[in-house]
Design a protein around this ligand. Sequence first.
Ligand SMILES: [Zn+2]
Length: 47
Amino acid sequence: MTKRKLKCPKCKSERVSLWMGAKLGIQYFCKKCGYRSPLIIEEESKE
Ligand SMILES: [Zn+2]
């Protein structure tokens, strides 16, 4: 099974969550460094 991992491009943390902005659309939010952007690193890992 292929699992998708989200990674913060700034601090490489995996503590990234999807954040829905009302007008901005879908954005990602890093809980570690506070990075918030629609751009994120998506990594595929096999488990
Ligand atoms: Zn981060």
